[in-house]
Write a protein that binds this ligand. Structure first.
Ligand code: P6P
Length: 336
């Protein structure tokens, strides 16, 4: 790998391709195009407070969330950036009920793109970090024609790449193509993503737990016992810290860098929790596992779940291996 100084996203991707002769270059082209879409969305997100782009559109998406204009902008930007490169046979977006076919006048490729265009958008008005999440598979349907719903409902271990963009105090793109996890910070001065976090590894254990404690009374006993244990225990001589941003991309990004655990459990009101398996939990779990962490729904590895529907939700416990193993122990023992 060339010297790390001023390692741009394009150069890093091409270097990575050179290290893996089996790479066709197509995945590189997809990741570069996603970087372009991220820059365009970042531009709009960062001026949202200045231009009348805030405010509700009056419509809602598949999950019933009120849709803000930036959601639609991000959704449309990703489709426009990705639908004509000849890489995909089908796409699917958290903002769209059904799969998205490639326009008839465009070449059809062998990849599948699933994305949440703007996760955490309920936080936009409060200027809290929000993000884009993407997940890439190879098609499993036969032939070279339009892709199918089955192409979009693969288990997470089939992902060939995944990533997210955090639109926060700076815009950071994090991705994995199965060879480590790498982070790039957008330098707005010349509009390039520069390598800022090379080969990220999540700590084996952390001191931060992240969960919406407002749902405490709906939690199962095992989870209550786990949280009470953390609050009564120290790690490396210091008490645990509770941190919850309420934007999955930001909470998982902090967990990846600092260690600890992010949880969105099922509870008495919503057995499957809130977060979507296909658009949020599979890509984030692939990234965390690639960084040496662990991701489960409390019973099984997230990446081994077989999605039954595009907008299916799942409980998720994701982060440092030791932290996730410990919550699994509490959950299991409470069931015994
Ligand atoms: P709650 C944002 O609305 C989101 O979809 C995720 O980004 C975030 O982790 C979660 O919902 C927060 O949900 O119920 O804690 O407000």
């Amino acid at each position: 790998m060339a010297t790390k100084r001023f390692m741009t996203l394009p150069r890093h991707i091409l270097e990575g391709e050179r290290l893996h002769p089996e790479a066709t270059g197509e995945l590189s082209s997809i990741l570069l195009q996603l970087g372009l879409a991220a820059k365009l969305i970042s531009l709009e997100v960062n001026k949202a407070g200045l231009v009348d782009i805030l405010g509700f559109t009056g419509s809602s998406n598949q999950s019933g969330d009120e849709v803000k204009k930036l959601d639609i902008y991000a959704h449309e930007t990703l489709i426009k950036a990705m639908d004509h490169g000849g890489h995909f046979c089908v796409m699917a977006s958290e903002e769209e009920g059904d799969i998205i076919h490639i326009p008839a006048n465009h070449k059809i490729g062998k990849y599948v793109l699933l994305f949440d265009p703007l996760d955490g958008s309920s936080n936009i008005d409060a200027n809290v970090s929000i993000g884009t999440i993407f997940s890439i598979y190879k098609r499993v349907s036969e032939g070279t024609g339009p892709g199918t719903l089955d192409d979009c409902l693969q288990s997470g271990y089939n992902q060939v790449a995944a990533g997210y963009v955090v639109y926060g105090s700076s815009t950071i793109l994090v991705y994995t193509a199965g060879h480590g996890v790498h982070g790039f910070t957008l330098d707005p001065a010349f509009g390039e993503f520069l390598l800022s976090h090379d080969d990220i590894k999540i700590p084996k254990h952390g001191r931060i737990y992240s969960i919406n404690e407002g749902n405490y009374f709906s939690w199962d006993k095992g989870l209550k016992d786990y949280i009470k244990y953390l609050q009564a225990t120290q790690f490396e001589g210091k008490p645990y810290q509770a941190r919850y941003i309420g934007s999955m991309v930001a909470d998982v990004h902090r967990t990846l860098l600092y260690g600890g655990i992010f949880m969105y459990p099922g509870d008495k009101r919503n057995a499957k929790g809130k977060l979507r398996l296909v658009y949020e939990c599979n890509p984030m779990s692939f990234i965390i596992e690639e960084a040496g962490g662990r991701a489960t729904d409390g019973m099984q590895r997230i990446l081994e779940k077989k999605p039954e529907g595009l907008h299916e939700r799942t409980p998720i416990y994701v982060g440092s291996v030791e932290d996730v193993l410990l919550v699994e122990k509490f959950l299991r023992e409470a069931e015994e």
